[in-house]
Design a binder for this molecule. Structure first.
Ligand SMILES: *[C@@H]1O[C@H](CO)[C@@H](O)[C@H](O)[C@H]1NC(C)=O
Length: 391
């Protein structure tokens, strides 16, 4: 009987212990919600308290505005961590204060981290203006500063985050497994350079859902070595669309595989769905891709595969892409094109696209049927096809 009571009490305590989340409020660690005082060290202290907690913990950021310089939240941590952000995180007004690391907010080697809410304001306008002026801005070209990045992270949830005016990419998922991004909002001007909304690469099992992205580069871009990715209920535009690529930048490159985009809307974007690769040798590939149930509103290139990407004709003149594109389905895509050619397949002469499936496409240009063009492509078409299929 005594034994029974002891184990019952132990079980009860274990239950309480499991339920109790230690909470670390950044204000307790000295953060100031005035938008002016540098709160970087306070956030780091709250993070390290949470990270060394044996029970699940919360890092809490109350309402207000917090100035953060470049900050790294590193793991691995002892247990799962929830970062609840009710406030706004702002970068220094002078972008030079972020240094040359390429990151503003970086999570590295963390597992089981959830980020709820929060607004990130990277105040990118000064940096964009510097780039436009052509002088040598810090980070220009090689180390553009991303607003929030997850490197080597697993089991991540990002929910309800808002990112505005990043200096370059807003949210980057790099070398991660099992990431859910939901109800995220990204905003930057249509002409802000390289401000991709969400960039994913070298990652498996990334889901992006219910998100609105209005920015100056790709709404979502998918880099090499990415597989099992699902995107749904995305609103994109302005922006450069949802792109797989650029692929084939290097000779040895992991492929992109099993990618689905469904139930999404594009509005005034430069592209709708796009696969692009550099026109140079590579063993990269993109296969088993589905783009379905999409609405295009006034989109310049609603459907495009471009394997002849060679900006400024540098490093690839007269070459063709080694990237193999196969088993790509475009299904139930309707709406309006902003240019006469709504469907463009410009595949590699040395590695033609294969297994391209077109089904129920209805895209018009100024109330008339749009056109399509095909180079080096094989596949099948069925259902209603407007423009007529060239596959
Ligand atoms: C493809 O990716 C989805 C996630 O989007 C996953 O559920 C499915 O198992 C993957 N399929 C294969 C064959 O790996």
């Amino acid at each position: 009987m005594a034994n029974f009571v002891v184990s019952f009490v132990a079980l009860f305590l274990f239950y309480i212990f499991q339920q109790s989340n230690a909470s670390y409020n950044v204000i307790t660690f000295g953060a100031k919600p005035d938008g002016k005082t540098d709160s970087t060290q306070s956030f780091l202290k709250a993070w390290s308290a949470a990270c060394s907690s044996a029970s699940p913990s919360i890092v809490y950021v109350p309402q207000g505005s917090y100035l953060l310089k470049a900050i790294v939240f590193s793991g691995p941590c002892k247990n799962k961590i929830t970062v609840q952000i009710d406030g706004t995180l702002v970068a220094p007004t002078d972008y030079r204060a972020l240094g040359n690391s390429g990151y503003w907010i970086l999570f590295i080697k963390v597992n089981r981290v959830s980020v709820f809410g929060g607004t990130l304001d990277a105040r990118g306008a000064g940096f964009w203006a510097c780039r436009k002026s052509g002088v040598n801005c810090p980070g220009h070209v090689h180390l553009l500063i991303q607003s929030i990045t997850f490197n080597w992270a697993n089991d991540i949830l990002i929910s309800g985050l808002t990112s505005i005016n990043s200096q370059s990419m807003h949210l980057v998922i790099n070398s991660c497994n099992n990431v859910l991004v939901r109800n995220v909002r990204v905003t930057a001007p249509a002409l802000s350079p390289n401000t991709d909304g969400i960039h994913v690469q070298i990652s498996t099992g990334v889901t992006i859902t219910g998100s609105t992205i209005q920015t100056g580069d790709d709404c979502i871009s998918i880099g090499p070595s990415t597989k099992n990715m699902l995107m749904s209920s995305i609103k994109c535009g302005p922006g450069h669309g949802i792109s797989i690529g650029s692929l084939g930048n290097t000779v040895n490159e992991g492929g992109v595989e099993n990618i689905t985009l469904t139930n999404s809307i594009f509005r005034g974007s430069d592209n709708g769905v796009r696969i692009k690769s550099w026109a140079r040798p590579s063993n990269g590939f993109a296969r088993n891709v589905v783009f379905q149930n999409l609405i295009m509103n006034n989109v310049k290139n609603p459907i495009i595969i471009d394997q002849n990407y060679c900006p400024s004709n540098q490093g690839c003149p007269h070459q063709s892409s080694g990237v193999k594109i196969s088993q790509v389905t475009f299904r139930n895509i309707q709406g309006t094109s902003a240019t006469p050619e709504a469907v463009t397949f410009n595949c590699s002469p040395s590695n033609p696209c294969s297994g391209i499936i077109l089904q129920d496409i209805k895209l018009t240009y100024m109330n008339k049927a749009a056109t399509s063009s095909c180079k080096n492509i094989g596949g099948t078409s069925s259902g209603v096809l407007m423009p007529a299929s060239c596959v």
